[in-house]
Ligand binder design. Structure first.
Ligand SMILES: [Ca+2]
Ligand SMILES: [Ca+2]
Length: 275
C-alpha cells in the first residue's frame, strides 16, 4: 500500500498535477493482447507499420510542423471508452513510459499506461515485426507488466470519458532507467509543445480509419527528430475521430503513402552512397 501511495505521489509530481487529481493508482490498467483487441483494430494492425518507419528517418521541418497535433481536436465531442494501442518503436537504448492525462472541467485524471514502451524480442514471429520494432529490448530484471516490453498491438482501455474531456499523452523518456534530465529538469514531453521543458514539438499525429496515431520523439531538444521513438494508436470512437480529423480519408492515405515514400528515398540514397 505504501509503495502504491508513493508511486501515486511520484506520478502526481511528475505530471505537475495536484494530489487530489489522482483518481486511479498508477498501475491500474490491464494490458491486453492484440488477439483480444476489437476486430476492426486487428483487421488494420498491419497497416500501422507505415506510421513507424525507419529508425532515424528524415522528416522535413515542414512535414513535422504539418503533422503537429491540433490540441482543440483532443476534446471529446461524445462519451467514449478510450483505448490505447502500442504500435511500435525505434527508441534505441531508451525505454520510455507513456502516461495519459484526462481533463474534464476541474477534474484531472492521470495514469501510467505503459511503463516500458520497448518491443518484446519474443514477439519477433509477428508478421513484419522488424518494420514495427527496429530495436527490441528484453525485460529488465524483476520488472513485470506494465513495466516490461510490449508486443505489437498490446492495448489498454484507459476508461470511459465524457464529452468535453480533453485528452493529453505524455512520454517520460527512459523513465524506467531513471529518466533524462537537463539542468535538473526531467524529460517529460506532451502534446502541447508550449508546456514541454525544451519548448519543442515532440509529437506528430495522423488520423487513420477512425484512429488517431501519435508518434513521439524522445530526445531532449529533438535529436534526430524521427518522431517514431514510441508510436501508438488511440481509439477515441468513430464519432470523435470523425470530428477530430482535419483532413478527409483519401488525404490521410496520401500522407501515409508519403511516409512510406520517404523510406524508399532514404534506401535509394544509402545505395548510392555504397556505390
Ligand atoms: Ca528513433
Ligand atoms: Ca528520435
Amino acid at each position: 500500500m505504501k509503495n502504491k501511495f508513493l508511486t501515486g505521489l511520484l506520478a502526481a509530481a511528475a505530471l505537475g498535477t495536484g494530489l487530489l487529481s489522482i483518481a486511479a493508482p498508477a498501475s491500474a490498467y490491464d494490458i491486453k493482447s492484440r488477439d483480444e483487441a476489437p476486430a476492426d483494430f486487428q483487421n488494420i494492425l498491419q497497416d500501422f507499420r507505415a506510421f513507424v518507419g525507419e529508425e532515424s528517418r528524415y522528416l522535413s521541418p515542414e512535414t513535422i510542423k504539418a503533422k503537429q497535433v491540433d490540441l482543440s481536436k483532443l476534446t471529446l465531442k461524445f462519451d467514449h471508452d478510450a483505448k490505447v494501442f502500442f504500435i511500435g518503436e525505434t527508441a534505441g537504448g531508451y525505454r520510455n513510459r507513456l502516461d495519459f492525462k484526462a481533463t474534464t472541467g476541474s477534474e484531472v485524471q492521470t495514469g501510467k499506461i505503459f511503463g516500458d514502451t520497448s518491443c518484446n524480442p519474443g514477439d519477433s514471429g509477428f508478421t513484419n515485426f522488424n518494420q514495427f520494432c527496429a530495436n527490441p529490448n528484453d525485460a529488465l530484471e524483476g520488472k513485470v507488466a506494465p513495466d516490461k516490453p510490449l508486443n505489437v498491438g498490446d492495448w489498454v482501455n484507459i476508461g470511459s470519458f465524457k464529452a468535453g474531456t480533453t485528452l493529453d499523452f505524455q512520454l517520460l523518456s527512459d523513465d524506467i532507467n531513471g529518466g533524462i534530465y537537463e539542468n535538473g529538469v526531467k524529460g517529460i514531453f506532451g502534446l502541447n509543445e508550449a508546456l514541454n521543458p525544451d519548448s519543442l514539438q515532440h509529437v506528430i499525429a495522423y488520423y487513420y480509419k477512425d484512429y488517431l496515431v501519435l508518434g513521439f520523439e524522445d530526445l531532449w531538444g529533438g535529436g534526430d527528430k524521427d518522431y517514431n521513438d514510441t508510436v501508438f494508436a488511440i481509439d477515441i470512437g468513430k464519432a470523435n475521430a470523425g470530428a477530430a480529423a482535419n483532413v478527409p480519408e483519401p488525404s490521410v492515405a496520401v500522407a501515409m503513402f508519403g511516409i512510406a515514400g520517404l523510406g524508399l528515398m532514404k534506401t535509394r540514397r544509402r545505395r548510392q552512397v555504397v556505390r
